[in-house]
Design a protein around this ligand. Sequence first.
Ligand code: 4AD
Ligand code: MG
Length: 462
Amino acid sequence: MPKRTKIARLTKELCDHKICVKGWVRTKRDSKKFAFINLNDGSNQTGIQIIADAELDNYEEIGHLNTGAAIEVIGQLVVSPGKGQDYEIQAQQIKIHGNASGDSYPLQKKGHTLEFLREIAHLRPRTNTLGCVFRIRNSLAYAVHRFFQERDFVYVQTPIITSSDAEGVGEMFRVTSMDINHLPKTDRGIIDFSQDFFGQPVYLTVSGQLEAEIFATAFSDIYTFGPTFRAENSNTSRHLAEFWMIEPEMAFCDLQGNAELAEAFLKYLIRYCLDHHHEDLTFLQKFYNKELLATLEGIVNSSFKTITYTESIDILQNSGCSFEFPVHWGDDLQSEHERFLTEQHCKCPVVVTDYPKEIKAFYMRQNDDGKTVAAMDILFPKLGEVVGGSQREERYDELKKRLNELGLQEKDYWWYLDLRRFGSVPHAGFGLGFERLVQFVTGMGNIRDVIPLPRVPNNAAF
Ligand code: 4AD
Ligand code: MG
């Protein structure tokens, strides 16, 4: 019995050999003498054509195979005389594992809308489109580790359950094991979290950054890559309530070093996909985004442009465009502003730096002007913000002052302050939203189509 070969691994060298493939039937055409089956095992987009001869013992049973059935085929790999494929398999034996029940299988040959596919998220990975997306997602995750491991960064797994609001914006999901219908109360009538599992209120993390800083001040260069959670009620094509984030943190690094690393990182990831996913990207280009490959090549070959927040406000105010949201120094940039800067003005990815301190998190390093902080956001065309980062406030007194100004409790940040008391050092880092990156590389319009099972307001199905 030959061992199973994944379809993507079928090469010229295996021609005329007896091989075994396993997968799911995409299409089947029958004639009196032959059945033609397109089989897909997820390893590539095209799958392989199987020719089943009427002489096969179970040819009648094969005749009843439906789209979606799981089968195993042993046969000879041959160069295909037909158009549309390089190889095909002349089956000598077909084992049927599980047929798919008749017409009720929702993925018949015709194309489906992405909206419909979200309703059958348990089956959509078997479609051409989602197949391409999740193979690319897998490669991007691999390339993330490769990039950092090549540069001697240490991978750190920060906790998912946390008591600190890393971004200080209060968009956290509470975690409790208490019976929410019978919550214990204190004498003062408020909920008594000392009786909860951890003896204090805890949440799902919005970012692993603060814990990442602990490790950066021991290993110099580290990164996290894990799920993060935000209870922001944003029903947009770019927001998820559960998303994955990559957060490198570097000691002995300033904002410029941070931006340089981010640019090299993004280009590396995109280059990796261009080099390894030509078939998938070509498919996505054909059906979803006619400029996909050119856009990705463009990013890899571009130099990101750096402008300050203050400059970007000037550019927007002098643009002659009427934006839906007004442009004022001090207000956060809206997605329409971000897109103008990267698509119209700079025509390349843009690094916007030095935002007003009021609209950024407490931990960012204050600039000498007293008004701005050493922050950076990286904006991509069509997408807007893909990376958010900063140099961190490493000065003990400054950090303490900022916590107090914002009404945050020093005691809640005692260990974070300690990092500034014992061997403090300039350090910086950023967060890359993994799904935003996958969205960009695949050209998909909606972030819900690049994560296996999306969690968004009013939807945690599957
Ligand atoms: O800009 P954010 O909020 O930055 C941080 O969390 C920092 N602690 C990162 C750091 O400096 N270590 O989030 C970082 C990135 C954003 O640029 C965006 O790409 C993504 O995370 N992101 C989301 N992606 C999907 N859905 C959401 N709701 C997201 N919120 C942020
Ligand atoms: Mg941000």
